[in-house]
Design a protein around this ligand. Sequence first.
Ligand code: NDP
Length: 289
Amino acid sequence: MDTKILSGLDASKALFGGLVARIDHLKSKGVTPGLAAVLVGENPASEIYVRNKTKKFESLGLKSDLFRLSKDVEETELLKLIEDLNNNNEIHGILVQLPLPKHIDSEKVLNAISPTKDVDGFHPENAGLLSIGKPRFVPCTPKGIMFILKHFNVDLNGKHVVVIGRSNIVGRPISILSSLKTLGNATVTLCHSGTKDLKYFSKQADVLIAALGSPEFVDASYIKDGACLIDVGINRIEKDGKSRIVGDVNQESVTGIASSLTPVPKGVGPMTIAMLVENTVLSAELLLN
Ligand code: NDP
């Protein structure tokens, strides 16, 4: 069987194409969607993530302000910055890059972001809206996965979706999204480290979403013929003396057995940034209406 590659780059280009008219409309009303990205400390990976995000905003003619704070910043100072950003009418989305230094209570900080500017979708109010089937800001990675599936005509209706991983930023929200009647309408199984006999479930999946953070964990023995595989993992490994990024799926092992597959890199990753832009545009639209 030919395994179709579900390119996140292609899907994100389609998304950006659709956003242009929405951004133009907002600008015609005097509104430029704006993101505030808050970076605490000097974590090299976080630097790259934030730079990629702000660059994308700039390339689309959107506003993006980067706030750098030292690794020793007091929690109260960070909370004060968030309060100021909550009250700033030119900012429609606030992103606090994780992880935060250990002396800062991440949950307290994320909960301080106004739910109407929570473009990462991590605030309990937005998580609650998603869980009752009325999504407002949905976390970017699961939202991006739903877009990829739609873009490549992978219909979830009545299918069995198996998700490996139950984090609040990927596994749990994608399990909710794909089960919602108005969106996926799939039958969903959510697996985690406590799941007994993971293969029993994963082999039933029409669509298998691997979000466990374990390099090349899912191989051919975990899937059925013709499954669609969404590989969320981003894992850095040393191979043949070189450092490289691999997913949670052993792509070589499943090629020829899976019907389709998101690559790593250039699969789910680009969609995560694309959806951050989409959520910020959405936030500006909600404020305008
Ligand atoms: P977390 O570590 O927060 O969650 C991992 C989940 O996988 C947990 O629910 C854990 O179970 C489960 N798990 C771990 N090992 C196993 C196992 N052997 N069998 C079954 N379940 C297992 O990770 P994230 O959700 O934050 O990220 C997952 C992966 O996705 C990572 O590689 C991360 O880098 C990547 N990622 C990629 C993004 C992108 O843009 N492409 C964005 C975000 C993340 P339990 O709950 O029991 O501990």
